[in-house]
Design a binder for this molecule. Sequence first.
Ligand code: GRF
Length: 203
Amino acid sequence: RRVAVLISGRGSNMAALIEAAKDKNFPAEIAVVISNVPDAGGLATAQAAGIKTAVVDHKLHKKDRTAFEQALQAELQKHAVELICLAGFMRLLTPWFVGQWHERMINIHPALLPSFKGLDTHKRALETGVRLHGATVHFVVPEMDSGPIIAQGAVAVHDDDTEASLAARVIKVEHRIYPLALRLVAEGRVRVENGRCRIAEAA
Ligand code: GRF
């Protein structure tokens, strides 16, 4: 399966996916990394790993989300992309775009969904006093951070945690579960039934 990873920033999850996909037995290849931010740190990381990169700058399509998404779609088609991984991609996508990639686009969110949708998840987890926190990989649906859950990983919250220390613990889990979730999807083992994922055994 040909995969595009969409980023806006440093791209550490992207790097974890690139690393996993180096394995000959991994069922997906990273065909292209696309950023909506021209100077995203992850672009250099991808290039250093020999992966093709592209920039679709949302600022060139001011006030026109459709034009931005059409440019994105053109870039995806150019690279014959079959699956999309959002990895720290900080643009909301319209129902039109999401519909084009129904059950073929996944996202990683730094919280145990459905808790803490949106931004500042670690700060809110600390404020709420949850003892477990973590990360979730899910299919993308039009509503933000809401699609069927493919994989989750949990970490303990420590009494002396800061946002930074908690984030550092969660990101390690992200780097483990994202390649795992992509593998499941690329192998065709994930079926969505009544809004929930069912995972088939490996063949
Ligand atoms: C990650 O915490 C991811 O879950 C969130 O944004 C962050 C991106 O980090 N959506 P990176 O760019 O993958 O390092």
